[in-house]
Ligand binder design. Structure first.
Ligand SMILES: [Zn+2]
Length: 568
């Protein structure tokens, strides 16, 4: 391909609204173009890279025995009403109606239509298992679309769904997908970690996320520094601390504590560390007020709390509720002397504390030398705090470290949630009707591509791995008016093209510096420069990932390029 005829609108400036590297580079390298907030076009260079990822995904899905099909993006409301998600998706779902007033949506995810299709055509255990997938557009009206194609409102996903007759069957289907996912992300050259995820709104149990470590990631991950354990911060369990020999209990006393705005100020005044404070937060959990206690330096983990109550709505209680149940202004809540009988949930760590400070449920008052075993009985003691750096790994006890990550893939064991809701049943070997046991498996194609850039770039631009690069080789003739140079560059281009290599020839009448800058920006893995030494039969061979170039004959350069491409 000759660059002179290409639609490749590169930009010198960093676009103002692009916050993260992949978004900046995709715009600068002319890979994508913004059409509206969270809605992008892929331009030729970007679309080639996009299709590379798509094809890797497709090859590995096919290899894993999944069958590709294509569902419509526009779906009737009834499909989502049966599962309850027509309401549950809320404003995130793009909705529209046809000329007859019938309601439709643009599919945000396709569990329902896949389940319906299998329900209507698969009836016996003999036809199971079956795994279906599609690579298709999804629509979610994100509140804050950002980071380019990373969090967009229209995006392409590979979504797969497995249907099994037994739990063991689901385990096998899940494992097969897990292995396919590892191969996909390995082939894309991504450095990823696998985390146990909270399954959240998707429902079901057993789910893992493939996360790419990145400072710009939206998810906090706790990972073990010694073993392979990693979990979403929301879900990382905090083991109960070991309770040592109890300290002698001191006499409980009330202290006057006006005008302290933070726990640190209060504890400073009491000459105690914040770890000797048990903070009590009032939550409104599905309309009921609940007191939640964690150590002064900890954060309540709302996901854990939500799961503990199997709640749908969870918010911090408003001041009126706090004042009613504590009889005090906000800031003096505690577990002792509450004005209403409400559940008190204490974190494990509270059990290991002695002679600590709590709010007195009286304005401007705290209680000192409180001891759980003597002074109050929580309704429940549970793991409700967030993990922090240094906490012991739940698997091996080594310290946990924290990082941020971008979720590129997600595998779930859905169980029978959708098959029961939509009546997707089969007859087992005894002739009894059973709901199918489902799994679902997603990969964001555009997001994976952006993640590859997040992990592979330098100051000059993208550094594509060969597997995902829009072109593998770029040939740069340094002087377009030199016949020897031009002929050699053009011959090399034709020869490589004939050998099946995706090759670019920068035949523009530009200075070498401009061409090198663009080659670096668009990140082509192999650069062959045809310059001054063309007359001596020599070219320069350079990898985008390395700074040094090597002199060799055009034949050697072609052979070396072919070898590298074969290795992937
Ligand atoms: Zn560990």
């Amino acid at each position: 391909m000759r660059i002179s005829g290409m639609f490749m609108p590169t930009q010198r400036e960093i676009p103002a609204d692009a916050e993260i590297i992949s978004h900046q580079l995709m715009l600068r390298a002319g890979l994508i173009r913004k059409v509206a907030s969270g809605i992008y076009s892929f331009l030729p260079m970007g679309y080639r890279a996009f299709r590379k990822v798509e094809n890797i995904v497709r090859e590995e899905m096919d290899r894993a025995g999944a069958q590709e099909l294509s569902m419509p993006a526009i779906l009737p409301a009834e499909v989502y009403m049966a599962s309850g998600r027509w309401d549950k998706f809320g404003p995130e779902m793009f909705r529209l109606s046809d000329r007859g007033g019938r309601s439709f949506c643009l599919g945000p995810t396709h569990e329902e239509p896949f389940t319906e299709a299998v329900r209507d055509h698969v009836h016996s255990y003999r036809q199971l298992p079956v795994t279906l997938y599609q690579i298709q557009h999804k629509y979610r009206d994100e509140k804050r679309p950002r980071f380019g194609v990373m969090r967009a409102r229209e995006f392409v996903m590979k979504d797969a769904y497995s249907f099994d007759a037994t739990e063991e069957g689901l385990d096998r289907s899940y494992q097969t997908m897990y292995e396919a996912y590892c191969r996909i992300f390995d082939r894309c050259g991504l450095d990823y970690i696998l985390v146990h995820a909270d399954s959240g709104a998707m429902g079901g149990s057993g789910s893992q996320e493939f996360m790419v470590k990145s400072e710009v990631g939206e998810d906090a991950i706790a990972y073990c520094t010694a073993c392979s354990y990693a979990a979403n911060e929301e879900k990382a369990p905090c083991p109960a601390p070991e309770v040592g020999a109890p300290e002698p209990m001191l006499e409980k006393e009330k202290v006057h504590t006006p005008d302290f705005r933070t726990i640190e100020e209060l504890m400073d005044f009491l000459k105690l560390p914040p770890t000797d404070f048990a903070k009590t937060l009032m939550y409104d959990i599905d309309g009921k007020i609940v007191a939640v206690m964690v150590r002064g330096d900890r954060d309540v983990n709302e996901t854990k709390l939500k799961n503990l109550f199997d709640a749908t709505e969870l918010n911090l209680a408003g001041p009126a509720d706090v004042e009613r149940v504590t009889g005090a202004k906000v800031g003096f809540a505690g577990a002792i002397g509450l004005k209403e009988e409400i559940p008190v949930i204490a974190d494990h760590e509270i059990s290991a504390m002695s002679n600590f400070v709590v709010g007195a449920n009286e304005t401007d008052q705290h209680l000192k030398n409180v001891n759980r075993t003597r002074d109050f009985a929580p309704t429940r003691i549970a793991d409700i705090r967030s993990a922090v750096e240094g906490d012991p790994c739940p698997e091996c006890g080594s310290p946990l470290a924290m990082c941020r990550g971008i979720e590129v893939g997600h595998i779930f064991k859905l169980g029978t949630k959708y098959s029961e809701a939509l009546g997707c049943n089969f007859l087992d070997s005894a002739g009894a009707e059973q709901p199918m046991i489902m799994g679902c498996y997603g990969i964001g194609i555009g997001r994976t591509l952006a993640a590859v850039i997040e992990q592979n770039y330098d100051d000059n631009g993208i550094i594509w791995p060969i597997s995902v690069a829009p072109y593998s080789v770029i040939i740069v003739p340094t002087n377009s008016s030199d016949e020897t140079i031009n002929t050699m560059a053009s011959d090399l281009h034709d020869k490589l093209t004939e050998a099946g290599v995706e090759v670019l020839l920068d035949d523009r009448d530009e200075r070498p510096g401009v061409k090198f800058k663009d080659a670096d920006l668009i990140g082509i893995p192999i650069r062959i420069t045809v310059g001054r030494k063309a007359g001596e039969g020599k070219v320069e061979f350079k990898l985008r990932s390395e700074s040094a170039a090597t002199e060799m004959t055009p034949e050697e350069a072609a052979a070396k390029a072919l070898e590298l491409i074969r290795q992937g």
